[in-house]
Design a protein around this ligand. Structure first.
Ligand code: HPA
Length: 247
């Protein structure tokens, strides 16, 4: 069974024939929303809306530990996380889909590990490759089979939000090697690794990052919503094919 974490623009999966919903208590409190269990074309999947059902929880207040813990309790084969990003790399346009391969974490003050004294022993998990390679290539293969273009590598910069970045901050992120920027990729990916859950992301480019291209003067939030609405059909198609091809 695959687990899907939906971000901005994907707060539910229409194709999921829902069997039940469950709001588990975790040692870290409640997840953002109830876990939604169901089937797509007969294959099981579980879905969680990262920002809550009504999209009410901003990125820095998401209870990432509870979310990933709750999902781990279902023992999924892996987590596919969907998240909107701004594009720093010039060839990535609004509406493009990206499968990131690396992360730079600029977030702060978030509860970002399960390995805290005295509950758990000190541990330093390996995070050299933050995303699961097998899951990443499966996403790429499925997209190719559907005839959908995806960019198969990008360095994801995780910023704190909820405000968007300044143009100078984006220049800095570019100098430091980032291709896309978003607010929710961390600590989600690291927590999944701590629980040994294969994790990969599908990033949807919602806008050019601050100071770039059409965002040279400002980022227009209305445009972001329109782009995400238009792109999510392709994301849903990829997720459906992933779930139905899951073994
Ligand atoms: N910056 C950070 N997060 C984002 C952006 C952005 O430009 N667009 C969508 N999520």
């Amino acid at each position: 069974m695959l687990a899907i974490i939906g971000g901005s623009g994907l707060s539910r999966l229409d194709s999921l024939e829902v069997s039940h919903r469950q709001l588990p208590e975790t040692p870290y409190g409640e997840p953002s929303a109830a876990l939604t269990f169901g089937r797509i074309a007969g294959r099981p999947a579980v879905f969680l809306a990262r920002h809550g059902d009504e999209h009410r929880i901003p990125p820095h207040q998401v209870n990432y530990r509870a979310n990933v813990w709750a999902i781990a309790g279902c023992a999924p084969a892996g987590i596919v996380a969907v998240a909107a990003v701004g594009s720093i790399r010039a060839d990535l346009e609004p509406g493009d889909l990206v499968i990131p391969h690396q992360i730079i974490d600029y977030t702060w003050g978030r509860e970002s590990t399960y390995h805290e004294w005295p509950e758990r022993p000190v541990a330093h998990v390996d995070f050299t490759e933050p995303y699961d390679q097998r899951l990443r290539s499966r996403i790429g293969q499925v997209a190719a089979t559907l005839g959908l273009a995806v960019s198969d590598s990008a360095v994801y910069a995780a910023t704190q939000g909820p405000r968007l970045e300044t143009a100078a901050e984006i220049d800095r992120l570019e100098r430091e090697g980032a291709d896309v920027v978003g607010m929710t990729g961390m600590p989600e990916a690291a927590l999944a690794r701590e629980l040994a859950l294969p994790y990969a992301a599908i990033n949807v480019v919602a806008n050019r990052a601050a100071g770039r291209g059409g965002s040279r003067q400002a980022i227009r939030i209305d445009d972001i919503h329109a782009v995400l609405d238009a792109a999510m059909g392709r994301v849903r198609a990829i997720i459906e094919a992933l779930v139905t091809g899951d073994d």
